[in-house]
Design a protein around this ligand. Structure first.
Ligand SMILES: Cc1cc2nc3c(=O)[nH]c(=O)nc-3n(C[C@H](O)[C@H](O)[C@H](O)COP(=O)(O)OP(=O)(O)OC[C@H]3O[C@@H](n4cnc5c(N)ncnc54)[C@H](O)[C@@H]3O)c2cc1C
Length: 404
C-alpha cells in the first residue's frame, strides 16, 4: 500500500483547516467541547451541519448528483481527522450515513427528491427504529406488525434503544408485513413522521446519566403507503445494506485524541507528592497497550482508504474487523484517559456537560469529557451489531475460505 498523500490531498488538508479556522465559531466549538455522547446535542450539531451544507460539504460520503461532495476516500479521512483535531461537533448520522444511502438505492424519484435535501440540511432529524425488546442481535425475529388498510399501513408495537428519538422528527422502521416461514421474508422498511398520532417516546437514561436512547411505542399509527421504501417484504435486504454503512467507520482519530489527553495529563506532577502518573509502570503498560491498538487501527483504516482510492475492493470482512478492533481500541483509549485524570476522573461533570450550562468544568484541561465518554463508549461494542456477532460473521468468512 502507498499511504503517502499526493499534492492534491496535501492542499485539500490545508483547505479544510482554513475552513475550520474560519467557520468553527465560539458557540459551536464550546458546544462540541461538551459532547460526551456519540453525537453533539442537536442545538449544536444541526447548526454545524447547516454550515457544512451551505459550503457544499454537508455529505462527505454522498455522490455529487445527490448534493454530496464527491470526495475520494482519502479526502473523507482527511476531513474527519481535521474535524476531530479542530474540535468540531459530531453530526448525528442516522439520516446522512444510514437512511440517505438507502433512499438513493431503493427510493422512488419522489422519495429521493423529498427526503435527500431535507437530510442534507438537517430539516429532518432521523431516528432508527430497528431493535425491539427481544430482537436485537437476532433482528430478523422482529415482530412489530404493519397491516395494510387502504392507502395506509396500521402499525402497533414497540421499538427500543431508539437513539435520539426524543429529538427526531422522523423515524425509519423495520416492520413485519407478513408472517413467513423464513422470518427474513416478511419484513418491510418504512418511514414515518415522529409526531404521527399514536407515537409516544419514553426515555432510557444511560449509566453516564445521559438521555440518548428511548423506547418508542406505536398505537395504531397510520403510515401512508408512499412512505414505504422498496417493495413489501424487501426490508431485510434494505436493512443489510444499511448496516454496512453503520459498521464501517473511522475510530482511530478520536481514539488518538483521548490518548493525547492521557499523555498530557499523566505528565502533570501531583501537587502534593510531585510524582507523575507517566512514571508509573502500570499506567505506562495500559497506555502502551491502548496506543498500539490505536496505531494498528489507524493503519487498517489507511489500508482501507488506500484500497478504495485505487479502485480496489477493501474486502467484505473489513466492515466487521473495523467495528471490532475500532471499538475496542476506542474503549481502551477512553479508559486510559480517565485513569490519567486521577481523582478528577471520578468527578460528576454532568451539569458542566449540559449545552449552555455555566457550571465550570472540574480538573485540568481536557478533564471534562473522558469519564462520560468512557461510560458512553461501553455501548459501542453493543450497538450496530455487537462485537460477538461481528466475530461470528468473521468466523463464517474463515470457515468458508473467504478469509485465508
Ligand atoms: C447505546 C445504544 C444505542 C442504540 N441505538 C439503537 C438505535 O438507534 N436503533 C436501534 O434500532 N437499535 C439501537 N440499539 C440496539 C442495538 O442494536 C442492540 O442493543 C444490539 O443489536 C444488541 O441487541 P440486544 O440489546 O437485544 O442484545 P442481545 O441480542 O440479547 O444480546 C445480548 C448479549 O448476547 C450476545 N449474543 C447474542 N447473540 C449471540 C450469538 N449468536 N453469538 C454470540 N453472542 C451472542 C450479544 O453479543 C450480547 O453480548 C442501541 C443500543 C445501545 C446500547
Amino acid at each position: 500500500m502507498d499511504a503517502r498523500l499526493g499534492d492534491t490531498h496535501v492542499r485539500f488538508r490545508q483547505e479544510v483547516r482554513a475552513f475550520l479556522d474560519r467557520e468553527l465559531t465560539g458557540d459551536i466549538r464550546e458546544g462540541a467541547r461538551r459532547q460526551a455522547g456519540i453525537a453533539a446535542d442537536p442545538s449544536v450539531g444541526v447548526a454545524w451541519q447547516k454550515k457544512l451544507n451551505a459550503h457544499g460539504w454537508g455529505a462527505p460520503a454522498w455522490p455529487k448528483e445527490y448534493g454530496g461532495t464527491g470526495w475520494d476516500a482519502a479526502q473523507r479521512q482527511i476531513f474527519d481527522e481535521e474535524c476531530i483535531r479542530a474540535g468540531a461537533p459530531s453530526v448525528w448520522v442516522s439520516g446522512l450515513q444510514l437512511l440517505g444511502p438507502v433512499v438513493m438505492r431503493f427510493g422512488t424519484s419522489e422519495q429521493k427528491a423529498f427526503f435527500l435535501p431535507r437530510i442534507l440540511d438537517s430539516e429532518h432529524y432521523w431516528a432508527q427504529g430497528f431493535s425491539e425488546p427481544g430482537s436485537g442481535s437476532d433482528l430478523a425475529s422482529l415482530q412489530m406488525p404493519a397491516v395494510r388498510d387502504g392507502d395506509d399501513y396500521v402499525v402497533s408495537g414497540t421499538k427500543i434503544w431508539t437513539s435520539h428519538a426524543h429529538w427526531a422528527n422522523w423515524i425509519f422502521l423495520l416492520v413485519r408485513t407478513e408472517k413467513t416461514a423464513n422470518k427474513r421474508d416478511g419484513i418491510t422498511f418504512m418511514v414515518t413522521p415522529a409526531d404521527a398520532p399514536g407515537i409516544t417516546v419514553q426515555p432510557i437514561i444511560s449509566m453516564s446519566g445521559e438521555h440518548e436512547t428511548n423506547q418508542v411505542f406505536f398505537d395504531n399509527v397510520r403510515i401512508p403507503v408512499r412512505y414505504r421504501i422498496g417493495a413489501e417484504g424487501q426490508g431485510w435486504d434494505i436493512a443489510k445494506y444499511l448496516l454496512e454503512f453503520e459498521r464501517s467507520g473511522a475510530y482511530a482519530a478520536l481514539s488518538q485524541s483521548y490518548l493525547d489527553i492521557a499523555r498530557r495529563n499523566a505528565r502533570i506532577p501531583d501537587p502534593v507528592t510531585g510524582e507523575r502518573l507517566w512514571d508509573d509502570p502500570c499506567f505506562r503498560r495500559d497506555y502502551a497497550d491502548a496506543q498500539l491498538r490505536v496505531t494498528a487501527q489507524s493503519w487498517t483504516e489507511k489500508r482501507v482508504i488506500s484500497a478504495l482510492s485505487s479502485g480496489k475492493n477493501a474486502g467484505d470482512a473489513l466492515a466487521s474487523i473495523l467495528k471490532v478492533r475500532g471499538t475496542e481500541a476506542q474503549q481502551a483509549s477512553f479508559e486510559v484517559s480517565v485513569t490519567s485524570l486521577g481523582a478528577f476522573g471520578m468527578a460528576d461533570q454532568r451539569e458542566a456537560l449540559r449545552p449552555g450550562s455555566n457550571t465550570p468544568p472540574i480538573g485540568p484541561e481536557g478533564a471534562l469529557q473522558p469519564t462520560a465518554r468512557h461510560l458512553n463508549g461501553r455501548a459501542a461494542s453493543i450497538y450496530g451489531g455487537s462485537n460477538e456477532i461481528q466475530r461470528n460473521i468473521l468466523f463464517r468468512f474463515i470457515a468458508d475460505g473467504r478469509i485465508p
